[in-house]
Design a protein around this ligand. Structure first.
Ligand code: CMP
Length: 140
């Protein structure tokens, strides 16, 4: 099934100028970038976006980190895009990620793990609408 998922290229990857390398992985694996924008997330946005983690010990560090520099928010489209993107990203902690995955290749730590991707189709819809409206998404 053709799906869309939200991806965020995180501050550690933007700072190291590897966003092109990460986009190439998506494109080489038949995930099209159908919307994309560089933003500096506000504290308010980060807290709202990551609300499900608000009780976790790492929540305030996570929000601090996600607002520490520009990120690229993007919508990826393709067959089974949600699961496909999660496979390409690898495990949350780069130490546990499989060889060849984005987080294994580029992640520095569980916090500086280079990318975020929606974890379900339902959350993908919510997360996409957090950053984009329908007119921002240009299928091709
Ligand atoms: P992400 O997919 O963006 O969703 C929540 C983020 O919390 C996760 O990736 C990690 O980068 C971050 N995080 C920071 N510390 C931890 C931790 N101890 N366990 C899980 N996630 C963490």
């Amino acid at each position: 099934m053709t799906e869309m998922t939200l991806s965020i290229i995180k501050p550690d990857a933007v700072k190291r100028s590897i966003t092109g390398k990460i986009n190439a992985i998506f494109e080489d694996n038949k995930l099209k970038v159908v919307a994309q924008r560089m933003i500096l997330m506000s504290k308010h946005d980060a807290e709202k976006f990551y609300k499900v983690h608000s009780e976790r010990a790492f929540f305030s560090d996570l929000c601090e980190y996600m607002t520490s520099g520009p990120v690229i928010v993007q919508v990826l489209q393709g067959q089974n895009a949600v699961i496909k993107n999660r496979e390409l990203m690898g495990a949350t902690n780069p130490e546990n990620a499989e060889e060849g995955t984005i987080r294994k290749k580029y992640g520095i730590s569980v916090e500086e793990n280079s990318v975020h991707g929606s974890d379900s189709l339902e959350n993908a819809k919510i997360e996409i609408s957090f950053f984009f409206s329908n007119k921002d998404i240009l299928s091709y």
